[in-house]
Design a protein around this ligand. Structure first.
Ligand SMILES: Cc1cc2nc3c(=O)[nH]c(=O)nc-3n(C[C@H](O)[C@H](O)[C@H](O)COP(=O)(O)OP(=O)(O)OC[C@H]3O[C@@H](n4cnc5c(N)ncnc54)[C@H](O)[C@@H]3O)c2cc1C
Length: 373
């Protein structure tokens, strides 16, 4: 068997949707149907808006259907570093918002999500010290955390974190959104996105408000964001099932450069190694490389995992120069969310919901918290 393809695709049938084939109108047009765009579309329709949601490809074509499946509180920088970056008060606000979002994610898509803790482990003595500082910062703000010393290593167990099956969650969200009344169209790229309208090959969509949730493609869609967000490729491999080894918790280690989770059937999905080939991964070319595959295979062996590697895939995400995700009104009534720096499953969902709240009520505290970044 040739190694390739996306593990998350294997056991899930993605629903198909029509293409845009005529001019349409709505209150809110959501562009980009990963989990974050779909969360926003569902939230908007639940608030009574008339919503159209489009994707250039199928649903979950981007990182939303190809990621590690870790649901982590906070932003990409660990909490003690976030405190230095934005100040203790704002860092605590951001973290608290993501904790609330984690609960909403679990209650919205319970069939694909499991909250039960994830581990940030120490790779060496230097990281062990950093884990201690990280732990102290979470304790200082009363956020849920336990010190972990067990079969998987030493570090923090962040009890509010969890895991999910990325493809199952996007499909669950799409089904919920469609049933709630969102009109979903795929294979319908937004070719031009201006205040009041999205132009697709099959027709114009008139929209009072537009939300673009296309993290890894924002630099192409909005020239004005080019200096703010740039594309980065992340890669993962997936193994055959096996019960030989059992990891109770999902893990991130080496300051988050490497991460993995084990599925109920014993398969392991592991990602990382970007720091070892940093220049090649500053790209929007979505092609996995042999170098990273070899690195991740070696990591598996170090973990005593001998399962055969069956899958290898990549996806493009958006990184910002200041390490902070953002929600921004790029043009009048045109909003963009992204720049999650590789950790966008919780923050992205939070920001999608925040834009909807702002559009619906004129104000969103979450939007304001992330706006100035
Ligand atoms: C390998 C990997 C591992 C990761 N692991 C984790 C993790 O464990 N935890 C975590 O929190 N984050 C992780 N991330 C990051 C996370 O996956 C992303 O931050 C998140 O999925 C972004 O979701 P999204 O819905 O905003 O965008 P995406 O899921 O990328 O979706 C964007 C969609 O926009 C569509 N699109 C683009 N341009 C247009 C256009 N012009 N018109 C219409 N549609 C368009 C694309 O087709 C795509 O479907 C990982 C990412 C990768 C690649």
């Amino acid at each position: 068997m040739q190694i390739g393809g996306v593990l998350w695709d294997a056991e899930v049938v993605r629903p198909e949707f029509d293409q845009v084939s005529s001019d349409l109108a709505c209150d809110l047009c959501v562009v980009g149907l990963g989990a974050n765009g779909l969360t926003a579309a569902l939230a908007a329709t639940q608030r009574g808006m008339n919503v159209i949601a489009i994707d250039a490809d199928r649903i979950a074509a981007g990182a939303g259907g190809r990621n590690g499946g870790l649901l982590l509180a906070g932003i990409a920088d660990f909490h003690h570093n976030a405190r230095k970056l934005v100040g203790p008060q704002k860092a605590a606000q951001m973290y608290q918002h993501t904790l609330t979002e984690l609960q909403l994610i679990e209650s919205t898509t319970p069939n694909s999500v499991k909250i039960g803790g994830a581990l940030r482990l120490a790779h060496d003595d230097v990281e062990l010290k950093d884990c201690q500082t990280h732990f102290d910062a979470l304790v200082a703000d009363n956020f849920p955390v336990e010190w972990y010393e067990g079969t998987q290593g030493v570090g923090l167990k962040i009890t509010s974190d969890g895991v999910f099956h990325p493809m199952k969650r996007v499909v669950e969200l799409a089904n919920l959104a469609q049933r709630a009344g969102v009109r979903i169209f795929t294979n319908s790229p937004g070719l031009e996105i201006n205040s009041g309208e999205v132009i697709t090959p099959g027709g114009k969509i008139k929209a009072n408000n537009i939300l673009v949730a296309a993290d890894g493609n924002l630099h192409r869609i909005f020239p004005e964001l080019k200096d703010k967000v740039h594309p980065v490729r992340l890669q993962m491999i997936g193994t055959a099932p096996s019960k030989e080894i059992q990891f109770e918790y999902a893990v991130y280690v080496r300051d988050g450069w490497d991460y993995w989770q084990q599925l109920p059937d014993g398969r392991i999905a592991i990602g990382g190694g970007r720091d070892l080939s940093i220049e090649t991964e500053f790209t929007d070319v979505n092609e996995p490389t042999e170098f990273i595959r070899n690195y991740l295979s070696q990591r598996l062996r170090e973990l005593n995992v001998n399962n055969k590697v069956e899958y290898h895939w990549s996806a493009i995400v958006g990184y910002t120069h200041n390490d902070l995700p953002f929600a921004e009104e790029v043009r009048p009534n045109v909003y963009a969310i992204g720049g999650y720096c590789g950790t966008g499953n919780v923050v992205g969902s939070l920001l999608g919901r925040a834009v909807v709240e702002k559009v619906a009520t004129g104000h969103s505290e979450v939007f304001e918290t992330f706006r100035s970044n």
